[in-house]
Design a protein around this ligand. Structure first.
Ligand code: ACM
Length: 528
């Protein structure tokens, strides 16, 4: 076995060559033209840290260098790349910076795992002679972080981006609002734009203080906080350097208690609701016959669209259990129109397929009747993000005695294999109707980045391969072997993962719960 056998996600084509291997020498350089320099710099810093070599960026290529090249007419789409390794050097080509970024992730894995450490004496930096040609099956390969139930700081979100992107995941959906909290700053538009005088600043002043409280979590209460609009821009700017698109979600018309607590005018009686910490779902709603409802949604979506770089705005639509059907349709029909008028494509959980969707809308299928999703995809060209709970929900327990996690999804608990052994093209959906795959991490029981990583990995790696690699190159037995090899790499990076017992791990992860006999003011000490 050599490193070309361990790549995750598995590339479309890998052909070992007969010739001698490439060895990175202390005198090697990374060569790049102007447009490729930022990606070249990222590769250089990865390699410098692991090897201790200088690895300057240069413009002309000499034998022994690693060359990054943009080629206009490159086959395979914007994210495709090719790598050619001979004893003479490494050549990475793509038609876009995103393609080069993907190739850099593969190149990183082609070097021995000791590259991830900081002990330059630990490795010989050799790659077998090989040709790789690779392109993703789906354009959207995402994770969702629920920052509403429990908050994650800007720095923590960036750390999650650092880890996920090595597997070529390229979308981060931030669930910014829910019953327990509101996490994105909305500015007061001034009196002209605010006929009902809605106190937008209260959304974060009051709503930002909220969080869920669950006795089995450590600590029991989630973390509070919010993103200023500048914070949100900052997250997106960082994400863009790693080929990640951020999709913000404002969950409507249910999951809105924090908004109802912050803005009295959103309630039929004009009285603000109390904030709530319960993990129960489906008990709050906006009101269809209040004009303030639409004024509020328009202002929030307009401001959010103005600070969102990517083409998508997620407007929720799930679990509106106390919204009458007619009211649901009346409101969501307006919300998708308001969303589309911002110039963004609206995304919603599959319940929102009950309304007539505008062109370009995206349905995120998670649960329940699949038929409306498939029908809308067939009728009006809506694309689908596949997040079926039983094959993608990263908040679910691994085993019945997992210290954190939820267990409501039928068929669970779920390990890496349930999230690997499925094909997103199901129920009559074809690949061209599927935008991609996303694994949501709901945070009722998650309090730290380490706890989040433990639920994410290795299952998010399964999803990365499902989303990237064609069915024809996927194989669960081989994937399990590659996961085993990946353990050493993750452990060296300090990434926590669940030590799935059916995988022969090359290194043990840290267990993030050892010190977690902790305390919560309300529930006392909890052994986890
Ligand atoms: C969801 O899990 N309520 C989308």
């Amino acid at each position: 076995m050599n490193t070309t056998d361990n790549l995750i996600p598995r590339p479309s084509h890998v052909a070992l060559l007969d010739g001698p291997a490439f060895t990175l020498a202390p005198t090697a350089r990374i060569t790049a033209a102007d447009a490729t320099a930022p990606v070249a710099e990222q590769l250089a810093s990865l390699l410098r840290r692991g090897t201790g070599f200088e690895l300057p960026i240069a413009e002309d290529t000499r034998p022994g260098d690693i060359a990054l090249e943009l080629m206009e007419a490159f086959d395979g789409g914007p994210e495709a790349y090719a790598i050619s390794v001979t004893d003479d050097g490494v050549r990475l080509t793509a038609s876009t910076a995103a393609g080069l970024f993907n190739g850099v992730q593969t190149l990183r894995q082609l070097f021995p795992a000791s590259l991830e450490g900081t002990d330059p004496s630990a490795g010989t930096w050799t790659i077998p002679a090989v040709e790789i040609a690779d392109a993703p099956r789906f354009a959207y390969r995402g994770l969702m972080l629920d920052v509403a139930r429990s908050f994650f700081t800007v720095e923590e979100v960036k750390e999650q981006i650092d880890v996920m992107t090595q597997f070529k995941l390229n979308a981060l959906h931030l669930h910014l609002t829910d019953d327990q909290a509101w996490r994105i700053e909305i500015n007061d538009p001034g009196s002209a734009g605010n006929p009902s005088g809605l106190p937008y600043a209260q959304l974060t002043a009051i709503g930002g203080q909220g969080a869920v409280e669950v006795p089995t979590a450590v600590p029991a209460r989630g973390r509070h906080g919010f993103y200023t609009q500048q914070d949100f821009r900052d997250i997106q700017a960082y994400a863009a350097t790693k080929n990640v698109l951020v999709i913000p979600e404002i969950d409507l018309p249910g999951h809105v208690n924090a908004a109802l607590a912050a803005i009295p005018q959103l309630n039929p009686d004009g009285q603000a609701k109390p904030m709530s910490t319960t993990a129960e779902v489906g008990w709050s709603t906006l009101t269809a016959d209040l004009p303030a409802t639409y004024e509020f949604v328009r202002e929030v979506l307009n401001q959010l669209a103005a600070i969102t770089v990517g083409p998508y705005l997620h407007i929720g639509g799930d679990e509106a259990h106390v919204t009458g059907h007619d009211d649901y349709v009346a409101m969501v029909q307006q919300f998708v129109r308001i969303g589309a008028e911002t110039g963004k494509a609206v995304v919603g959980w599959n319940e929102f397929a009950a309304v007539e969707l505008p062109e370009g809308a995206v349905i995120q299928y998670w649960h329940g009747d699949f038929e409306p999703t498939v029908r809308q995809a067939g009728n009006n060209g809506s694309q689908v993000i596949m997040s079926p709970a039983a094959t993608t929900y990263l908040d679910q327990k691994y085993t019945s005695d997992s210290p954190i996690g939820l267990s409501w999804v039928e068929g669970g608990p779920f390990t890496w294999s349930e999230y690997y052994n499925w094909d997103p093209a199901q129920g009559g959906l074809q690949d061209h109707q599927i935008l991609g795959v996303e694994g949501p991490l709901w945070t009722e029981t998650v309090r730290t980045n380490q706890q989040a990583q433990w639920l994410l990995y290795p299952r998010a790696v399964s999803l990365a391969e499902v989303a990237w690699s064609g069915q024809e190159v996927r194989n669960a037995g081989d994937f399990r072997r590659r996961l085993g090899a990946l353990g050493e790499r993750l452990a060296m990076q300090g990434v926590v993962f669940q030590e799935a017992p059916d995988v022969e791990w090359s290194a043990k992860p840290e267990y993030p719960f050892a010190a977690a006999t902790a305390s919560s003011e309300k529930y006392g000490t909890i052994e986890v």
